[in-house]
Design a protein around this ligand. Sequence first.
Ligand code: GDP
Ligand code: MG
Length: 297
Amino acid sequence: EDEYIGFATLPDQVHRKAVRRGFDFTLMVVGESGLGKSTLINSLFLTELYKDRKIPSVEELVHRTVAIEKKQLEIEEKGVRVKLTIVDTPGFNDAVNAEESWKSVVDYVDQQFQQYYQDETGLNRRNIVDNRVHCCLYFISPYGHGLKPADITMMKKLHHKVNIVPLIAKADMLTKVEVKRLKQRVIDEIDNNDIHIYEFPDCDSDEDDDFKQQDKELKAAVPFAVVGCNTVVEAGGKKIRGRAYPWGIVEIDNPNHCDFVRLRQMLISTHMQDLKDVTADVHYENFRAQHIFESMA
Ligand code: GDP
Ligand code: MG
């Protein structure tokens, strides 16, 4: 099934170097509190996060996030090591701490740029650890009618610094039609407010048709509708990761139920390299230029 994996198709030289050193990749989650940020992170990387330990209880897994938390883990994709850093943020729940919240998130992103800049101009340039934030998953409430003012502010503070990938949180709370409507609304509001989200690169024309089709579906699915869940339910003798309701089970790994699998695939394989490239070539260069400009003033 998942036969187009980004790493495996990298040019040989790049690939070899990457295999040797491994990739550094940092993912951040941002959005209103209670939208399932911590849960989704656990769902995306649960097996990796808890490989060496017993699976913790749900309470242990989802305690309230009160400060920016960094988790590090290693994953392997077709023999390539990825050192994954996940930055979980507390989120905001009202106008009162919204400002405080964006400040701490923006500071975090800036500090990683600052550190990279220092390392790059230092003596040990060859062994820099890249802690820059390569992707920000931005959670949008399923209960509202689109973006809230706090979302717009937050996204505008971040969009020139980091690749924003918007998500419709807790998509199991909505019907298919509602998901579709909310997605369109969010895309319209992103446009109308001049918010720059991560732009998926055009597909190479020499890719095969399957790849092109998958790529098209991926782009059409933005903002990804996600469901997070760390419990397993039984259905027809099979164990399924999902949320059970009186009317049925929402399976998080079923692409007909939500975009969870699409998101995971794009993050850890097909688009990881591009997210890193855009971070280095666009966002970091912005920071550097600004930094140099300010130090001259
Ligand atoms: P955070 O504050 O954004 O980190 O949210 P949490 O991950 O702590 O989740 C808040 C609550 O929402 C918890 O009770 C979760 O079990 C629940 N939750 C998380 N993800 C989902 C989801 O996709 N659908 C539904 N219905 N509930 C969810
Ligand atoms: Mg949390």
